[in-house]
Design a protein around this ligand. Structure first.
Ligand SMILES: [Zn+2]
Length: 164
């Protein structure tokens, strides 16, 4: 498994190649020179966003615990923090997070829950719309959709690998 080298499909010519996992730049297709998104780097940035979320959540838990002690809301928040941690580990451990269904699903669950916790639930329960947080999510979600689309485009299906 240590020699596992992911293969991706070029979004332009459809040819398959092994992306340079060390580079921070775009993944250049050796067949047509098209610049493919560096998915490893993009998924790492998503993980870094989740790390920021985890730090904020831990601070929120500590403040809440100091003020109110342990309550149900805090237990839920702690469960969410564990989910964030698991997702970060999955992204960093995966050699090819863009083709890993578990990792990708975890990312959607994490951001879906974060949006609910920070925007929808406060709006529905106390009628407060957190505008700054909403602005952040209106930037993050299109990015996640874009990334998901890039990931799906470059996944090599088993039939395609057979041809190569
Ligand atoms: Zn190409």
């Amino acid at each position: 498994m240590s020699n596992f080298a992911p293969v991706i499909k070029c979004k332009k010519c459809g040819g398959t190649f092994q992306p340079d996992l060390k580079t921070k730049g775009k993944w250049i297709c050796p067949n047509c020179q098209a610049k493919n998104a560096n998915l490893k780097r993009h998924y790492r940035s998503v993980a870094d966003l989740i790390i920021l979320g985890l730090i904020a959540t831990v601070i929120f838990i500590l403040i809440g615990f100091k003020q109110r002690g342990l309550d149900f809301g805090l237990i839920l928040t702690a469960a969410h923090a564990v989910l964030l941690l698991v997702t970060i580990v999955f992204v960093y451990k995966s050699k090819a997070p863009w083709e890993d269904t578990t990792t990708k699903t975890l990312i959607w669950v994490v951001f879906g829950l974060a949006l609910s916790f920070n925007v929808f639930i406060p709006l529905l329960t106390i009628g407060i719309l957190n505008i700054p947080v909403l602005v952040i999510y209106t930037i993050i979600f299109p990015y996640l959709f874009w990334l998901n689309a890039q990931a799906n485009k470059c996944i090599v299906t088993s039939s395609a690998t057979g041809v190569n």
